[in-house]
Ligand binder design. Structure first.
Ligand SMILES: NC(=O)c1ccc[n+]([C@@H]2O[C@H](COP(=O)([O-])OP(=O)(O)OC[C@H]3O[C@@H](n4cnc5c(N)ncnc54)[C@H](O)[C@@H]3O)[C@@H](O)[C@H]2O)c1
Length: 274
């Protein structure tokens, strides 16, 4: 058997109707898995699942009973459940002291509680089956809280805690890892791409000099679901083009200095060549 084949697998992807979740569902389907896409009522989840021959289930991940039912239903309709991708998420941008109780509750409910509810529902099924893989979609904001996104950052930090803790509790039967994307093009970040004045400095700050694509997250998730990653559990794989590499805060100034030095050297180089 190929180590990256998923043809014996049954995968649930939350937030699967669009963006990174849809790219993951397509990737797992291409690797041979049967897929169920879960997304909130009103999303176009049926339309997204149809080309994959997938199961579509409308569910709001903030509702614990509805998540239980959705996971049970996905297990029955797929004929099993061996992969769970907790990807449903949502964000907001404003100063911390301006968040209302409702906004705080909502960000924690979607990003953190939804992940917990789905893991809690899927784990007994995987234990019974004797195998399973869970991948939680966190964020670089989980380890380095980002300005204006503190409730989101706190929720994603909780997702990493769930990931590491559950990996300890459920190994060796279930492997549980997280991915932490940096800036990835999706409907969530589309505004950025409409505004070059914001996008360009972001791209310049990334060592790989561009933002990422949803498929680049999906490739890593596929790896984490496959036998190729069989000795990896409890980890957080950062997918950010190097954006998050710690630096001393003076890096952009030094880069400018190096650019100036190289510009100043150029005429000299040219005259010595001639
Ligand atoms: N795009 C990025 O740059 C980026 C960076 C870091 C982390 N992430 C994470 O990746 C995941 C996917 O993000 P995306 O960029 O594809 O965003 P997106 O907004 O395009 O997709 C999110 C999906 O989650 C679904 N969803 C939201 N609330 C839900 C709820 N209550 N119940 C069920 N489904 C719900 C949405 O309907 C949507 O289909 C999120 O968890 C996000 O936090 C994204």
């Amino acid at each position: 058997m190929e180590v990256d084949s998923l043809d014996q697998d049954f995968a649930v992807v939350t937030g699967g109707a669009r963006g990174i979740g849809l790219a993951i569902a397509k990737r797992l389907h291409r690797a041979g898995a049967k897929v169920a896409l879960l997304d909130r009522p009103g999303s176009e989840v049926s339309k997204a699942a149809a080309p994959l021959g997938g199961v579509a289930i409308e569910v709001d991940v903030r509702d614990p009973d509805a998540v239980d039912q959705a996971i049970t239903s996905a297990n029955q309709r797929l004929g099993g459940l061996t992969i769970l991708i907790n990807n449903a998420g949502t964000g907001m941008l404003q100063p911390m002291h301006e968040y209302t109780n409702q906004q705080w509750d909502d960000l924690i409910a979607v990003n953190l509680s939804g992940t917990f509810y789905a893991m809690r529902a899927a784990v007994p099924i995987m234990l019974e089956a004797g195998r399973g893989v869970i991948v939680n979609n966190a964020s670089v904001s989980a380890t380095d809280p980002t300005r204006g996104e503190l409730p989101y950052s706190a929720a994603k930090a909780g997702v990493l805690a769930l990931t590491r803790g559950a990996a300890q509790e459920y190994g060796p039967t279930i492997r549980i890892n997280a991915v932490s994307p940096g800036v990835i093009r999706s409907p969530m970040t589309e505004m950025l791409y409409k505004n070059p004045a914001i996008l360009e400095p972001v791209e310049r700050s990334v060592p790989l000099e561009r933002t990422g694509e949803a498929e680049e997250v999906a490739d890593v998730v596929h790896f984490l679901c496959s036998e190729a990653s069989r000795y990896i559990t409890g980890q957080n794989i950062v997918i950010d083009g190097g954006m998050n590499i710690p630096q001393a805060g003076i890096d952009s100034v030094l880069k400018m200095s190096l650019d100036m030095m190289s510009r100043a050297r150029r005429p000299e180089d040219e005259s010595s060549d001639g």
